[in-house]
Design a binder for this molecule. Structure first.
Ligand code: EPZ
Length: 412
């Protein structure tokens, strides 16, 4: 298991450029299954989760080619639909292939995917949605769903990001119109729909709670990725934690407004431009209570990075995690580094301390691992963070970007 060594106590100064969005590109890669012609995804991030999605596309029969930071996918030779569990288990993003394959072939394998251990992560909304569209479980193999799907109205019990995206992909292959109510509104969903519309699909309402999809497979598309709002939030929290003056380029500032507001309440000076943020930070104080929620609320993926940034903030900060049932694993690592945190079910009470110290900690998930780096930047001495593989799933050139800002981070 590869590790990171972080020498803390150094301020961050300089400019960092954000990569394309992991959580937008994963459903887009699954969506290429639907296209009749080749697609180009410009600004595709080089991540291990993207590698996992590419391995699935290659297994299915697609032709893949990288051109610098752009990814070409030719889906015309895709003939397979039955993805082996070994590929499905590598990440949560594999679940999107079920909706796309159902749309193209009228059959798919829909089994529990991989992904970060954030508590129970069932796929019942995905199964119920595909069933409502007409998919039926194969009597001989319960992991397989098949049938002619036709448009219908689906009410999601919760604005699930993945279920919304999966059912949009299935709806593209259904006859008639599919309406998804109580849909998630995350920017990654609008990016997926822009990609499908670039191929000629007729989709409206994305970004609101009612999404309408008219059946009809897309031709080809050539589209620029949106920037990764979670990577931007991570670097904003890193600058807040270590202190300094950092410019974050290639962001859609509106996509991380709730994160910026919390950092401003904590004492950061933030200058906003449409695609750039300047953040200056010295001493932080508690921003009060933070409650995670579906977009446009405070994003659950920024919960761990923000907690890390506030470990030395004067006063007590309350963070209440409402989206996932078990997303506080990073707390034990922060306590190991000298933080004072009480946890009561999904509420964490962070009592600011004057100093953190280095130690040896282990990442268990993507955002928790990045948060441990953020805490280590503010700690006195050296911190060893095991589990670099978790971080590499969602952050492109993370070490390089941090060192360019003046941090002392190296792989071990
Ligand atoms: C997506 O996960 C993201 N992953 C997650 O990012 C993100 O944290 C999450 O959305 C919420 O914003 C990708 O896009 C690849 P959900 P997803 O369905 O789709 C429950 C990261 O760090 N639920 O919105 O799995 C679920 O258990 C990752 O980049 C069901 O009960 O999230 C959770 O409590 C982590 N049944 C809640 O809904 C279902 O069928 C929200 O999950 C599906 C979900």
């Amino acid at each position: 298991m590869q590790s990171l060594l972080v020498d803390g106590g150094r301020k961050l100064n300089g400019t960092v450029r954000i990569s394309g969005s992991k959580n937008a590109v994963l459903p887009m890669l699954a969506a290429t299954v639907l296209f009749k012609e080749p697609c180009c995804i410009r600004g595709c991030p080089k991540l291990t989760d993207v590698d996992a999605a590419i391995d699935i596309l290659k297994y299915l029969g697609a032709e893949i080619q990288w051109y610098d930071g752009d990814l070409m996918v030719d889906p015309r030779s895709i003939r397979k639909w039955d993805i082996p569990d070994s590929l499905t288990r590598r990440m949560r993003g594999s679940v999107f292939f079920a909706g796309a394959l159902m749309a193209r072939f009228g059959k798919c394998r829909l089994v529990q995917p991989g992904g970060c251990p954030l508590g129970k992560r069932p796929i019942n909304f995905h199964v119920d949605g595909l069933t409502a569209l007409g998919a039926r479980q194969d009597s001989d193999d319960p992991g397989v769903y098949l049938g002619e799907i036709s448009g219908t109205e689906i009410m999601l019990p919760y604005p699930s990001v993945g279920a919304t995206e999966n059912l949009i992909l299935a709806g593209v292959g259904a006859s008639g119109e599919t309406v998804i109510r109580n849909a998630a509104k995350e920017p990654e969903i609008e990016c997926l729909c822009d990609f499908l519309r670039a191929g000629g699909c007729c989709i409206s309402g994305d970004g609101s709670e009612i999404v309408r999809i008219k059946g009809g497979l897309p031709s080809g598309a050539d589209m620029q990725m949106i920037p990764d709002r979670m990577e931007a939030a991570t670097f904003a929290c890193a600058a807040a934690s270590a202190g300094g003056d950092v410019i974050i380029e290639h962001v859609n500032t509106a996509h991380l407004e709730t994160v910026l507001q919390v950092l401003e309440r904590a004492g950061c000076r933030i200058d906003r431009f449409e695609h750039t943020i300047r953040l200056r930070s010295d001493r932080l104080h508690s921003p009060g209570t933070i409650i995670t929620a579906p977009y446009p609320g405070f994003p659950t993926d920024a919960q761990a990075p923000m907690m890390a940034a506030l470990l030395r903030a004067q006063g007590t900060t309350t963070i209440y995690e409402t989206v996932f049932s078990d997303r506080m694993h990073h707390i034990s690592a922060f306590v190991e580094m000298g933080a004072k945190i009480e946890l009561n079910k999904n509420s964490a009470y962070i009592h600011g301390v004057s100093e953190l110290h280095g130690g040896a900690v282990t990442a268990q998930d993507l955002r928790g691992g990045a948060a441990m780096v953020i805490a280590a930047l503010a700690a006195n001495g050296t911190t060893t963070i095991h589990g670099l593989n978790h971080i590499q799933r969602g952050y492109e050139d993370f070490t390089l970007k941090l060192c360019a800002l003046g941090a002392k981070v190296q792989k071990a």
